[in-house]
Design a protein around this ligand. Structure first.
Ligand code: IPD
Ligand code: CA
Ligand code: CA
Length: 266
């Protein structure tokens, strides 16, 4: 196993232990609001501290971009961390949240880990080495018929700017696809596309830490992930669409009028 992956897994599991302790023991949460429908707890912060200190023990010179602590360090190797993706689920006792850790080397994503502590499922990918769930190879679903497709999404609850376009896209999927899910952890949504549990996924306004690991997982699982406007996916442009090539084409076509009307450019 690549040494960076080894540390990424170790740090994800240590964050998972902290999160599960609060979750299973029903310990009190200190909930702060960062903005509309955007919450953070002491658990998010402790989990991020655990990840960064675990990495620093092995790699004291690396740089970090963490959701809770922001940017730190100067290095060609950067760790992009969402210590608890799905905080709103976690707060409500809805058992679906994850830890997302990606390593970027000279601007290229090289390692990805998404860990679901409740199910003890570990999604991993190394550039050029495929994607795995608990060590077994995963691939995006081969489905070709959008009418059978199970599509995931996230609602634009923070930035309501794209709500009209989103509702149009939502209607298209409800009308023409096999099913729609809003599970509440973008990192797990992307991992589920990589594992073929979802046939596609789209969301507006995601942040780099929500998608960094998921991008590599999907690419290594043979999927397509782009900006919603059709251009290449970028960490800082979090409007994303992902699926296998056939379903991606079908969704792009169905979404095109709304993208155009909303002047969404990549
Ligand atoms: C959120 C989750 C959610 C998505 C939001 C994210 P957080 O992350 O991934 O599914 O819809 O856009 O911000 O705040 O729980 O880390
Ligand atoms: Ca997140
Ligand atoms: Ca988070």
């Amino acid at each position: 196993m690549h040494p960076l992956m080894n540390i990424a897994i170790r740090s994800a599991r240590s964050a998972g232990q902290i999160i599960l302790r609060y979750y299973r023991q029903g310990l009190d949460l200190e909930i702060e609001s960062k903005g509309p429908s955007d919450f953070v707890t002491q658990v998010d912060k402790q989990a991020e501290e655990a990840i960064i200190s675990t990495v620093r023990r092995s790699y004291p010179d690396h740089a970090f971009l963490g959701e809770e602590s922001g940017s730190s360090g100067q290095s060609s190797v950067r760790w992009i961390i969402d210590p608890l993706d799905g905080t709103n689920n976690f707060i409500h006792g809805f058992p679906h949240f994850s830890i997302s850790i990606a390593v970027e080397e000279s601007g290229v994503l090289s390692q990805a880990v998404v860990y679901d502590p409740v199910r003890d499922e570990l999604f991993t990918a190394g550039r050029g080495e495929g994607a795995q769930l608990d060590g077994r190879r995963i691939r995006v679903a081969p489905l070709r018929d959008p009418r059978l497709a199970l599509i995931g999404t996230g609602v634009p609850f923070r930035d309501k700017m794209h709500l009209e376009a989103y509702m149009g896209m939502f209607r298209e999927v409800v009308r023409d696809c096999g099913g729609l899910r809003r599970a509440g952890s973008a990192a797990l949504d992307l991992s589920y596309v990589a594992a073929g549990r979802l046939d596609g996924f789209w969301e507006f306004g995601l942040s780099p830490w929500d998608i960094a690991a998921g991008i590599l997982l999907i690419q290594e699982a043979g999927g397509i992930i782009t900006h919603l406007g059709g251009g290449p996916v970028q960490l800082n442009q979090g409007h994303i669409l992902t699926a296998n090539p056939t379903i991606h084409r079908a969704l792009s076509t169905a979404f095109a009028p709304y993208i155009l009307a909303d002047r969404i450019v990549d």
